[in-house]
Design a protein around this ligand. Structure first.
Ligand SMILES: Cc1cc2nc3c(=O)[nH]c(=O)nc-3n(C[C@H](O)[C@H](O)[C@H](O)COP(=O)(O)OP(=O)(O)OC[C@H]3O[C@@H](n4cnc5c(N)ncnc54)[C@H](O)[C@@H]3O)c2cc1C
Length: 401
């Protein structure tokens, strides 16, 4: 029997996340969005303060297992919370989504004992009430964007990892793209690098390493159209010597399976960000339409406006239902890349359409900075590209039909 009811503790957390989104994320995102210099934005008191508050109430560790001090959310529950954060703003919601990646991998795969850094990191991350710690996933490169989705292909990354059998260490060289979420501040990096070029994508090795190893440096935070509250930056690796304990998976057939798992979860998450942003635009426009009077009545009373709002309501509900199905499949250990990519494609296209229509509902006020709808519209454009363009993910999913 399919059941859409959420457990009481998830409903409580959903309420907490929604209140935080409205009272803290929304105003902080508006301020950060207006700052012209991204570096100034990410060193500002506004940024530090909202990230600190997010950590204080535990929203940075939703997906870290509870045995390690996290909130232990998985499946539908984690996406429910993510939607609420994105309702406040997709930039800070994305930070919260990706920040726990290092701690969650260490705690979830039981590798804490492999190296003292791992054990110390998980403890420091779950207890971090300052917002000092966060992780990132570095896969795409300036010259290798969509190519990361050539899951079983011949493509290789230009970032290389060379093993030294004499002492077991690895030497890493290369650069990851300016779009790496949290790339500017992450202190732990999940890195994909080519260790065996002769094996194509299967020749990719996966490392989980401290972000401050000698030879690692960052570009400036990316200046961009939307999601300006999210720090993104290039990461450079120059002769970085990595102890063998930081190798998570060596090159081999496990890589395509691991990547498939990551992109299935990741694309469902990006879909969730889209639903949160679309809902934020819809709720703003709905309220506005009941207050704004034209033609002698509230514009909501004009059928064409009511129709736009109903269409938005319908499409948001449908996109969320598909996300929940994808999340439920993952929770039941039956992750399905096609359903995840269908949810992502539907939700992101829906959000682009809905946010544009909600700008239209507000008329001239829709494009004005006085209302947040124009920002939701700009933010959503990035979600059609994040974690694989919609075109490229659709091709991957289509090949599985
Ligand atoms: C908000 C955001 C967050 C991101 N976060 C991260 C992150 O955390 N870590 C990380 O490593 N990367 C991240 N990225 C990078 C992201 O994964 C890439 O931008 C994306 O995969 C596309 O690569 P590209 O930008 O190089 O575009 P390209 O691959 O150059 O694509 C350009 C165009 O060509 C099309 N195209 C490309 N290949 C094909 C093909 N085979 N068939 C048909 N059409 C094709 C694309 O659809 C697109 O329209 C992020 C990006 C954004 C926008």
């Amino acid at each position: 029997m399919v059941d859409f009811a959420l457990p009481e503790e998830v409903v409580d957390l959903q309420k907490l996340a929604r209140e935080f989104a409205i009272s803290e994320i929304r105003p902080a995102e508006a301020e950060l969005d207006a700052m012209r210099d991204p570096e100034a934005a990410f060193t500002s008191e506004t940024y530090r303060s909202v990230v600190k508050k997010m950590h204080e109430i535990g929203l940075h560790k939703t997906t870290v297992p509870s045995e390690s001090g996290g909130l232990g959310l998985s499946g539908v529950a984690s996406y429910v919370i993510e939607e609420e954060l994105a309702f406040g703003g997709t930039g800070l919601a994305s930070r919260a989504l990706i920040a726990p990646i290092g701690a969650a991998v260490i705690a979830g795969s039981g590798i804490a004992a492999k190296h003292p850094f791992y054990k110390d990191y998980v403890e420091a991350f779950v207890e971090d009430t300052e917002g000092k710690h966060s992780g990132c996933w570095a896969i795409t490169e300036p010259g290798r964007g969509s190519d990361f989705l050539e899951i079983d292909g011949e493509t290789t990354f230009s970032t290389t990892a060379v093993h030294n059998p004499a002492n077991g260490t690895w030497k890493i060289n290369g650069a990851k793209a300016a779009w790496v979420t949290n790339g500017w501040e992450a202190d732990i990096i999940l890195l994909m690098a080519t260790a065996r070029p002769d094996m194509g994508m299967e020749g990719t090795a996966v490392f989980l390493l401290p972000g401050d190893l000698p030879g690692i440096s960052r570009g400036r935070p990316l200046d961009k159209l939307g999601m300006r509250a999210l720090n993104q930056a290039e990461i450079f690796f120059d002769e970085v010597e990595v102890p063998e304990e930081f190798l998570l998976f060596d090159a081999g057939p496990a890589y395509p399976m691991l990547l498939e798992m990551i992109v299935t979860g990741g694309n469902t998450a990006v879909a969730t960000l889209a639903v949160g942003a679309a809902r934020a635009a819809y709720e703003t426009a709905l309220q506005y339409s009941k207050e704004r009077v034209q033609g002698g009545k509230a514009i909501f009373e004009h059928q064409l406006i009511a129709m736009k709002l109903f269409d938005a309501f319908r499409d948001i509900e449908a996109a969320r239902a598909l996300i929940w199905k994808s999340a439920w499949l993952m929770e039941s250990n039956r992750p399905d890349l096609r359903i995840s990519f269908a949810a992502r494609s539907m939700a992101c296209n829906m959000a682009m359409r809905v946010t544009a229509e909600m700008v239209q509902v507000l008329g001239g006020y829709g494009i004005s900075k006085e209302y947040p709808v124009e920002k939701f519209y700009r933010d959503v454009k990035l979600l059609q590209i994040m974690d694989g363009t919609l075109e490229r993910i659709s091709l991957t999913a289509a090949a599985r039909l």
